[in-house]
Design a protein. Structure first.
Length: 624
């Protein structure tokens, strides 16, 4: 029998005490749900945090955030006090209010779950059933096998102490930081788009992380240092941690060193495939995910040592001598993961701390916000329906579902002779190419002026056609990426949804439950489409070869300017990646190794067909 005086009870209680004394921000799951668009994961923590699953909210769209705050106040019987849009400081206040609401509701969910009975169909039972193989899962299974009622109650009491919520993390795109105007006057920098989002998060009650994506923003990094929650307390705990989402090691180290000069520690490096991802794609010059992960793995200890010293020096200069510096970082990875085998391989081979599963969760209504019409479109999507488009006003390639209502509406406006969109939100009003005040390249006003300018130019026909297509390809993703949420929640029946799924969506066959998708991640079931599916690493290589072809075509047509040196380096990096993967294949089982190597050989031959010569001096030994 398991009782307070029993040896087994003492052993279990001691293990739980050690766990509870450790960092309770670490999820019991080995995966997280990344940010998707502005609306798809806007309230995902309310759906999954109670099960220990971490997820990320975009805090870029305060208009959507305010609507969702009212929505969740209403359904939870909480008094809602609006923060009007005509108040110049509304943005950061809205973000703080919403995050505080989410934090409060998640804490309420966890308290209710901890106090609930282990009854069939209960959330507490589901919490443990969803877990991967782990000490808490083992203790849960032991409890279920226990027949003695008193011993069962004691085990259940201890199990409740295992329960921790998933993190409520947030994301901002650092480059989306347009200055704000009020009554024709520019406001101070802290009211700019990214700055005010950071401000809103900094003043919230959350103990979590902010994911900084899209690159370096010096004034934002300096602004972070104004808030004490981003610094370690005397025990070394950082209430608000920093995560850098990066596509390569060089970008990570540059940004981390700049943050370290302000005494700011980067707690996690979230590596995302440059092309095999959803949303905006930040392609490298042919440097593949495997070599990038290897570089992080090799340099992990040195990275910690270097940045720890830089942070400590900066803190001393601030007079913070008593603070204990953290000495650990997390390395996580996301982008195109589709099987339990790939997930396990990444964690074992590269020692990553967590994997991000984004696109597949678009097919899980319990977790993300996708309206019914677009759920059907995603289930039936083929590879021709998913394109790396030019629809983002940021000028960065953007994965998009071409059958979405947003894209249909954009094409219809072109056919009607009125390209461009209204600009109701204005978050991407960043261009001053044609106007005194910033304007959005997706707006009707910008496109009208730009097309008039092109019509009077002397560009060659092919170049002119390319420029016109580039202009009219932009769509209002500020508004349309919120459509899945506003339609599903009944907040905007006229929304034209845009969907930023990655190319891996075509590998999945159906709308799934939370239990099914987690079962798939942990290898209990499979919800993959039948038939051939390339390994995520070779899929990324395929996408880079396609990207290379497009770059060559646009260069030969005079649409863009790329040098021979650029293409030689691109090919060199791809061939280095192939050589690296040939060695890596030794870690696969025989069947997987054979198909992986066959794919690599085909892709090697394709690269040589595209760029057959002039790079011999760069080709590494064994790559050919």
């Amino acid at each position: 029998m398991l009782s307070p005086g029993n040896e087994n009870f003492s052993e279990l209680a001691n293990r739980l005490h050690i766990i509870m004394q450790s960092d309770n921000s670490v999820s019991p799951h080995s995966f997280h749900v990344p940010v998707m668009g502005t609306g798809f994961t806007i309230d995902t923590p309310l759906k999954v945090a109670r099960y220990g699953i971490s997820s990320v909210i975009s805090i870029g769209d305060d208009i959507l955030i305010e609507k969702m705050r009212k929505y969740h106040c209403d359904i939870n019987g909480i008094e809602y006090e609006p923060i009007p849009s005509d108040e110049y400081d509304c943005r950061h206040r809205r973000i703080t209010a919403y995050l505080n609401l989410i934090d409060m509701l998640v804490k309420k969910h966890i308290e209710e779950l901890r106090n609930s009975p282990f009854a069939p169909g209960s959330d507490i039972l589901r919490y443990f059933q969803l877990l991967p193989e782990s000490p808490p899962k083992k203790d849960f299974l032991d409890m279920q096998r226990t027949a003695d009622p008193e011993e069962k109650r004691n085990r259940q009491s201890l199990l409740r102490r295992w329960i921790v919520p998933g993190n409520i993390d947030v994301n901002i795109m650092t480059k989306v930081d347009g200055d704000k105007y009020h009554k024709g006057k520019m406001l101070p920098p802290k009211y700019a788009t990214a700055m005010s989002a950071l401000w809103g998060y900094a003043e919230s009650s959350l103990d979590s992380s902010i994911v900084l994506s899209a690159g370096l923003n010096r004034r934002l990094f300096e602004f972070i240092a104004e808030f004490k929650d981003f610094f370690p307390d005397n025990n070394g705990h950082i209430k608000k941690k920093i995560i850098l989402k990066v596509s390569d090691y060089r970008s990570a180290i540059i940004q981390a060193k700049l943050l370290a000069r302000h005494g700011l520690w980067v707690s996690e490096y979230r590596i995302e495939s440059g092309l095999n991802c959803g949303g905006h794609a930040f392609a490298t010059k042919g440097i593949l995910m495997g070599p990038i992960l290897g570089e992080f793995q090799r340099n992990r200890e040195e990275l910690v040592k270097t940045l720890n010293m830089a942070c400590a020096k900066a803190l001393r200069s601030r007079g913070d001598m008593a603070r204990r510096m953290p000495r650990e970082i997390r390395i996580t990875v996301q982008g195109g993961i589709g099987t339990a085998e790939e997930d396990l391989f990444l964690r074992k081979c590269y020692d990553v701390d967590s994997t991000g599963w984004g696109t597949p969760f678009l097919l899980v209504p319990e977790v993300t916000n996708v309206d019914a019409e677009h759920l059907k479109k995603l289930v039936s999507a083929t590879s021709s329906d998913i394109s790396l488009s030019g629809c983002s006003p940021l000028g960065v390639p953007f994965w998009s579902l071409s059958t979405s209502n947003s894209e249909i509406t954009r094409r219809r406006r072109i056919e009607d002779g009125r390209p461009g969109s209204p600009c109701p939100k204005g978050y991407l009003r960043l261009s001053t190419e044609l106007t005194k005040y910033p304007i959005c390249p997706a707006s009707r006003a910008y496109q009208k002026m730009k097309l008039e300018s092109l019509s009077s130019s002397n560009l060659p026909y092919r170049k002119l056609k390319y420029e016109i297509e580039t202009v009219v390809s932009k769509s209002c993703i500020c508004l349309d990426l919120a459509g899945g949420a506003t339609l599903k929640c009944g907040l905007d029946k006229c929304a034209q949804t845009a969907v930023c799924c990655g190319p891996s969506i075509v590998d999945f066959t159906k709308v799934a439950t939370l239990d099914e998708i987690i079962g798939h991640i942990y290898g209990r079931v499979s919800i993959l489409r039948n038939g051939y599916r390339p390994h995520m690493l070779t899929k990324e290589l395929m996408l880079y070869i396609k990207h290379l072809r497009q770059e060559l075509e646009n260069t030969s047509n005079g649409n863009i300017c790329r040098t021979d040196k650029y293409f030689r380096k691109f090919k060199h990096n791809l061939l280095q990646g192939i050589a690296y993967y040939r060695d890596l294949a030794e870690q696969f089982d025989l069947k997987q190794k054979e198909s992986f190597l066959q794919d690599l050989e085909k892709l090697y031959q394709e690269i040589e067909t595209i760029l057959p010569a002039a790079v011999s001096e760069l080709v590494i030994e064994g790559a050919g």
